[in-house]
Design a binder for this molecule. Structure first.
Ligand code: PTJ
Length: 250
C-alpha cells in the first residue's frame, strides 16, 4: 500500500483510492472499476466531498422504503465491496437485509472473493445464479431466484445504468447510490442517494433507527411525498450555486 502522509491535504480521498487499488490487486475490483471511481471522485469534488442538504430527503425516503418492503435486498459489485464491505455488512446484519453479489464483469472467481469479504457478518449472501432477469441484457441479468428475483426492493450502487430500469420494468423498487446526479442510474431509480458510498451506510442507519420508532402511516407518508426528480434537480442547483459562489476559490 502506498505510504500517504497523514498531513496530505487530500489524505482522505487518497486513502479511499487506496482501497480501490487494493481491491483491484486482490481481484475484487475490475480495471474499469478504477475508471468508474475517478468519475465518482469528480462528482464528489463538485458537491464538496460531503453529504449535501437535498440528499437527506433521499436518505429518509430510502429508509422508509426499506422499512416498508417485504423482501429488500442489497446488490453489491466489486467497487462497492472494496470501498464499503464493512459498512454494508454491518447494515445488512443489523436490519436483516440479504446481500446479493451482482456483477457487470461477471466471473465465478470474483464472486467468490467478494463473498469472502462478507462472510464475517451474520447475513444471507446470494451468490447462486439460477435465473435471468428478462429485462437486463448485461451479465447483471444473472440473479438468484430467491434473492434479487424474489425481492420487492433492490438497493444498487456504483453501477452502470441497466439494472434500475430493468428492475423497475419487472415491478421492483430501486434505491441507487450514485454520485452522478445525471447518470441513467440516478434518473431511472425510485430513490437516488447522490453521495459517496463511503458516507452512505452510517447515515442510512441513523434514518432507519429514527423511522423505525414511527408508525407505518408516518413512514408511508414520507415515501408518498418523496419526488426523486425534484431531489436530483435540487442537487444540480446546489452544485451550480456552490460552483458560482463568490468564495469558491478562497
Ligand atoms: O464490479 P462490476 O463487475 O459489477 O463492475 C462495476 C463497474 C463500476 C465497473 C461498473 O458498474 C461500471 O462501469 O460503472 P460506471 O458505468 O462507470 O458507473 C459508475 C457510477 O458510479 C458513476 O455514475 C460514478 O459517478 C458512480 N460512482 C463512482 N464511485 C462512487 C460512485 N457513486 C457513489 N460512491 C462512489 N464512491
Amino acid at each position: 500500500m502506498t505510504d500517504i502522509p497523514k498531513d496530505h491535504p487530500r489524505y482522505k480521498s487518497l486513502m479511499i483510492r487506496e482501497r480501490l487499488v487494493e481491491g483491484f490487486k486482490k481481484g475484487v475490483v475490475v480495471p474499469q472499476g478504477l475508471i468508474a471511481h475517478g468519475r465518482g471522485e469528480a462528482f464528489d469534488y463538485l458537491i464538496g466531498e460531503e453529504t449535501i442538504e437535498p440528499v437527506y430527503k433521499a436518505y429518509e425516503a430510502s429508509a422508509a422504503l426499506l422499512l416498508l418492503s417485504q423482501n429488500p435486498i442489497i446488490a453489491v459489485n466489486g467497487n462497492a465491496a472494496a470501498l464499503a464491505y464493512e459498512d454494508i455488512g454491518r447494515f445488512a446484519e443489523k436490519f436483516n437485509i440479504p446481500i446479493e453479489i451482482n456483477l457487470f464483469h461477471f466471473s465465478v472467481e470474483r464472486v467468490r472473493k467478494i463473498r469472502e469479504l462478507f462472510e464475517s457478518f451474520n447475513v444471507k449472501i446470494f451468490d447462486v445464479y439460477d435465473v435471468e432477469l428478462p429485462t437486463v441484457s448485461s451479465k447483471r441479468r444473472l440473479v438468484s431466484r430467491e434473492g434479487i428475483y424474489s425481492s420487492d426492493t433492490v438497493m444498487v450502487m456504483i453501477e452502470d445504468g441497466d439494472m434500475p430500469i430493468g428492475l423497475r420494468k419487472i415491478g421492483k423498487k430501486v434505491i441507487a447510490i450514485d454520485l452522478n446526479p445525471l447518470s441513467r442510474t440516478a434518473r431511472d431509480s425510485d430513490i437516488t442517494i447522490v453521495d459517496n458510498l463511503v458516507r452512505v451506510f452510517p447515515i442510512l442507519t441513523r434514518y432507519m433507527d429514527k423511522l423505525s420508532r414511527h408508525g407505518q402511516d408516518v413512514i408511508r407518508r414520507i415515501l408518498e411525498d418523496y419526488d426523486n426528480n425534484e431531489v436530483l434537480k435540487e442537487v444540480l442547483i446546489y452544485i451550480v450555486e456552490r460552483l458560482t459562489s463568490p468564495g469558491i476559490l478562497d
